[in-house]
Design a binder for this molecule. Sequence first.
Ligand code: FES
Length: 151
Amino acid sequence: MVKNMKEIQESDDKDFFDKIQESLDREMEKYYSRKTIEYFKNPLNFGRLEDANGVAEMKGGCGDTMEMSLKIKNEIIQEIKFYTDGCGVTVACGSAVTELVKGKTLAHALKISPDVLMNELDGIPRDSIHCAILTVSTMHKAIADYLLKTV
Ligand code: FES
């Protein structure tokens, strides 16, 4: 008989599945930092702001898209959300960059580079550097959108 998730969680099989999860986590940690894995598994600031006054969408060379929406008041980023159909690293990058700039000035956010973001994540694989570039570029473009609307 096939068990549903609730039955598994309440049964002895839970130990079995926990062990599988631990094994998968250990495998992921060979390639990704704990911070990257944590942000990927539990993304922060994911979604779209309905009352944003700065928005941007960009497509990376890989074909994935990243969106940023910001609510800016008095040169401070009050709220920020990201949305992506991209890879796990991009989800981690979106989470980390939004945490880095939330509540900060536009000048501070514009100084965030892909290197700063990659350091924040304790490094990402070389093959994923374009994900950090896509994320930071989209955040900067959303600020530019706000500035162009308000100047
Ligand atoms: S954004 Fe496309 S692979 Fe990461």
